[in-house]
Design a protein around this ligand. Sequence first.
Ligand SMILES: NC(=O)c1ccc[n+]([C@@H]2O[C@H](COP(=O)([O-])OP(=O)(O)OC[C@H]3O[C@@H](n4cnc5c(N)ncnc54)[C@H](O)[C@@H]3O)[C@@H](O)[C@H]2O)c1
Length: 471
Amino acid sequence: MKNSALSIAPARGRLGVLLPGMGAVASTLIAGVELAKKGLGRPIGSLTQMQTIRLGKRYENRAPLIKDFVPLAGLKDLVFGGWDLFPDSMLEAAKKAAVLEPAQIDAVSRELSAVKPWTAAFDPAYLHNLKSSHVKKGTKWEWAQEIKADIDRFRKKTGAERLVMLWLGSTEVLPPASRVHGSLAAFERGLKENSPDIPASMVYAYAAVSMGIPYGNGAPNLSADVPALAELAQKTGAPVCGKDLKTGQTLMKTTIAPMLRARMLALRGWYSTNILGNRDGEVLDDPGSFKTKEKSKLSALESILDAKTYPDLYGRYYHKVRIDYYPPRGDAKEGWDNIDIAGWMGMPMQIKINFLCRDSILAAPLALDLVLFLDLAKRAGLSGVQEWLSFYFKSPQCRPDLKPEHDVFIQHWKLKNTLRLLMGEEVLDHSGLDYYDARGAVPSAAPARLFGSGKEGKNRKKTAGGGQKTV
Ligand SMILES: NC(=O)c1ccc[n+]([C@@H]2O[C@H](COP(=O)([O-])OP(=O)(O)OC[C@H]3O[C@@H](n4cnc5c(N)ncnc54)[C@H](O)[C@@H]3O)[C@@H](O)[C@H]2O)c1
C-alpha cells in the first residue's frame, strides 16, 4: 500500500561527526572516508554508499542506490572531531592501529593529522586495562558541561550545520543496577553528586542527547540504554541507537542461526572462540569488560532460536564464547565456530566456520552508515530509540517491553522498509501471490512490462503503485 512520504529536511551544509573513542575503528573510518573522497578507495561494506533498494513490483525494475533514494549527507560534507584517553592525532592512531596499508594512510596524512582528540571524560573504575592523563577534571556534571563546550567550539570552528555522536570508545565494565539510571532527575542529581554508578559513556550520551544530537553506541556499554536517557531523548527529540557493532562472529551467528531455525534443524552446541591483538583485545582481556561483551554476544543466539517455542530443538544446547588477547594478530582477528546440530531422527552433524576477518575493516562501514542514518532520522523528525537500525548491532536497543530482533535478514528487511516508509513508497512483504492471481488481481503494469514494450512500467511515477498488494 502506498504511503505518504514524511517531510525530511534537506541534508544541507556540513555534518559534524563526534566520536568519543578515537582508536582503531574511528581512525579507519576517518581514513576510509578521506580516501573515498579522493577516489582512492571504495566504501565496501557500506549500505548507504553501495546498496540499491527495490521499489514497487518486481517488473518495474526500480532499484536506485540507497544514497540516491533517501536524502543523506554526502561524504564530502563530513567533518570529524572527538575525544580519547590518548592525545594521538588520527594519523598517529591509524599508524598504531595498522589496519590500513601505510600507503593508504600516507595518502590522507594531512587530513588525519588535523584531527586531534580533546581530553576525555574518564572513570577508571569502568576501564581497568588503560591508563591516561589526557582527561577532564572535576565532577561528572562538570565533564558533561565541558563536553558540551567542546561540541560548541567544534561546531563554530567547522561550520557544521548538524551533528551526530557515535561512541567508538572501549568496552566499559557494566555499572551496577542503580536508581540513578531510573529517571532524568535522579541522573542529573547523580552527575552533580559524582555518582560512582555513572560510567563515562553515559556522560557523553547525556551531553549529546541533552543538546538534541543523535547518539549511537558502537560498544556493548549501556550508555543511552537506561530510562533516564530515554526520557531525555523524548524531551529533546534526539534519535538514539545501539548497542555493539555487529561485525565478525556475531554477524556469522545471526546469519546461520536463522537458517537452522527456518529449517527446524536442532542445535546441540555452539562453541565460539576468537583471537585478536588490538587495543580492543587488550581491554577485553579484563574480566569486567569481557563480561559486558560476553553478555552482548550470547543474547543473539538465545533470541533467534527461541527455546520456549521449540524446547526439543533449542532447549538444551551448550553455548560458549571465548575471546583471547593475542598481540601478534593486531586487528586481523580470527574466529572459529564449531556448531553441533542434529537432523532427521536426531542424527548429529557439524558445521565449522573459520573467519579470518579484520575487525575495524568490518566495523568502519557500519559506523559510516550509522552516522548518515542517524542524521537522516533527526531530519525526518524521528526521536528516541531507532529500532530500524538493529541491523548494525549485536544487542539492538528497543522498547523495554519488546524482544529485540537479532535475525540479520529481518533486520535488513526492517531497515529497507523503514526507508521506503520514510519516502512514501510501498512497504514490501514479499508474499508474491498477486503475481499469479488468475482472477484478475494481477497488477495492471505487469502485462505491459512482461509482454509489451516495457515503457509503461518505466514511465510510472516514483510514488505509483498505491493500493496494490506488495510483493
Ligand atoms: N572493531 C570491531 O569489529 C568492533 C565490533 C563491535 C564493537 N566494537 C567496539 O568498538 C569500540 C572501539 O573498538 P576499537 O577497535 O576502535 O578499539 P580501540 O581500543 O582501538 O579504540 C577505543 C578507544 O577508546 C578510547 N577510550 C576509552 N574510554 C574512553 C573515554 N571514556 N573517553 C574517550 N575515549 C575513550 C581508548 O583510549 C581507545 O583509543 C570497542 O568498544 C569495541 O568493543 C568493535
